[in-house]
Design a protein around this ligand. Structure first.
Ligand code: FCB
Length: 467
């Protein structure tokens, strides 16, 4: 059978795009916003490529109407953005900044008017600086503060927001922020970072409870997951990959979905009260997976440090990350392996069975840095190929029984890509950072057609199959 022009999905499948506050908003000192861990981090020399910062970013704070119009034309069902905690509670506790909430009032009302479901994340890494300085996520109190903040935002928006995400990628904040020192707050604590993981998970559970008490429902989390491949079948590599798989994947999903940490990690974790696990496993309505590529892991390599996005990892770790050879690569040098996406989703189904709630893909996408050509057109066919292949891989997992309800592409706009600044472009829409001009790329038009073709398919062909 010929490959259909577009991957086909059930009619009620939700199509979306994702962004995050610090990556797009700018306006860091406007209308009473307090500083965050990221404002402090980017001010430290050498932390971010080219010394880039999110001070202006995509100026979305002032251009949200234009960006909403772009989303309306794109035809998406849902938009995943994040609330900036320090805009709403400048010091991370106590008094609410009405102007901060006011910005999101305008954004949310505009989305609803455009027929787009707001599906926000409460926290996408921009910890209020006062809390960071008091220990940040190493301090259990931050989880309590998060619950208070979740209750405020939930109470304000429960009547208008039909889908909620507590926290973005506890794994990346723990590993890159507190473990390897690559992202804010820039601490390189190795395994001593694991309390941050526990407090983020606790915050998630408390946040679910606070949202529900405030009348909000349809709640999930957005966690980063990657299929983990062992570097070889040798015992040392299998063991190292198994440990890494637990630290990168299952430590973040098991407690939420089963109420227990992976037993293999007990030696590394402080004693955890059962009451915490009960909070962390507060039932959620769906589970969000962010995924980009698989990880190849082997035993530590003598004298050779592993690299993550160009940064050296501590060579004393009990595993090493290896290059995946033989696949195309994005401009960020991430391997493109669509089959690993299917593999990951099937691993979730195998591991959790009946306990697995419906899944949303809360992020997936690729950095390709194509800019406008002489005619002003951005021919990013590599992003189209990446997305097409990953959607087909996703559909293959659905055909094998994984219940996936929606897909949010990362990202709507090119934006501030954390430690690599503006050097990597993930957007369906190109942003000229000098002029703030938005140019929809070829991939934007492709995604628009994909959505349209999936919505216009005749009834009775809901479960279109893929070859
Ligand atoms: C994820 C982050 C997101 C973005 C993409 C490329 O880890 O959640 O903010 O940076 O990677």
């Amino acid at each position: 059978m010929d490959k259909p022009a577009f991957p086909t999905f059930p009619r009620n499948f939700s199509w979306g795009v994702s962004t995050a506050a610090y990556q797009i908003e700018g306006a860091v000192a406007e209308d009473g916003r307090g500083p965050s861990s990221w404002d402090a981090f980017v001010a430290q020399p050498g932390r971010v490529v080219n010394g880039d910062t999110g001070e202006v970013a995509c100026d979305h704070y002032h251009r949200y109407r234009e960006d909403t119009a772009l989303m309306k034309d794109l035809g998406i069902d849902a938009y995943r953005f994040s609330f900036s905690w320090p805009r709403i509670q400048p010091g991370g506790r106590g008094a609410v900044n009405a102007a901060g909430l006011g910005f999101y009032d305008k954004l949310v009302d505009g989305l609803l008017e455009a027929g787009i479901t707001p599906a926000p994340t409460l926290f996408h890494w921009d910890t209020p600086l006062e809390l960071e300085e008091a220990g940040g996520w190493l301090n259990r109190d931050t989880a309590e503060r998060f619950a208070e903040y979740a209750g405020i935002v939930g109470g304000h928006f429960a009547d208008r927001i039909p889908q909620w995400i507590t926290i973005n990628e506890p794994v990346v904040l723990t590993m890159l922020g507190y473990g390897a020192g690559i992202q804010a707050p820039g601490l390189a604590l190795g395994f001593e970072a694991l309390p941050a993981a526990h407090h983020l998970l606790l915050a998630h559970g408390l946040g679910v409870q606070a949202l529900r008490s405030a009348g909000a429902g349809n709640i999930g989390i957005a966690n980063n997951h990657a299929a983990t491949w062992p570097a070889s079948e040798h015992e040392e590599d299998l063991q190292a990959a198994g440990l890494y798989d637990n630290i990168a994947n299952w430590i973040f999903a098991d407690p939420i979905l089963t109420g227990a940490y992976p037993p293999e990690l007990e030696p590394f974790l402080p004693p955890v009260p059962d009451a915490d696990l009960a909070v962390i496993s507060t039932p959620i309505d769906w589970y969000g997976i962010n995924s980009y590529n698989p990880t190849l892991v082997g035993a530590p390599t003598a004298g050779e440090a592993a690299l993550v996005d160009g940064h050296e990892l501590d060579a004393s770790l009990p595993f090493s990350l290896r290059e995946i050879e033989g696949y195309p690569r994005t401009d960020f040098d991430w391997p493109v392996v669509p089959a690993a996406f299917t593999e990951l989703l099937l691993a979730f189904k195998d591991r959790y069975g009946e306990k697995l709630p419906p899944i949303y893909i809360t992020e997936n996408g690729a950095a390709f840095n194509d800019g406008p050509d002489g005619e002003g057109r951005v021919r990013d066919s590599r992003r189209i190929d990446y997305t097409d292949a990953h959607l087909r891989a996703l559909k293959a997992a659905m055909d094998a029984g994984v219940d996936v309800r929606g897909y949010f592409h990362w990202s709507l706009l090119d934006n501030f890509e954390w430690a690599v600044g503006f050097s990597q472009r993930f957007g369906l829409v190109h942003v000229d950072y000098e002029t703030q001009k938005r140019t929809p790329k070829d991939s934007y038009h492709w995604y628009q057609e994909l959505i349209r073709s999936n919505k216009e398919r005749p009834a009775g062909n809901d479960e279109g199959t893929l070859s």
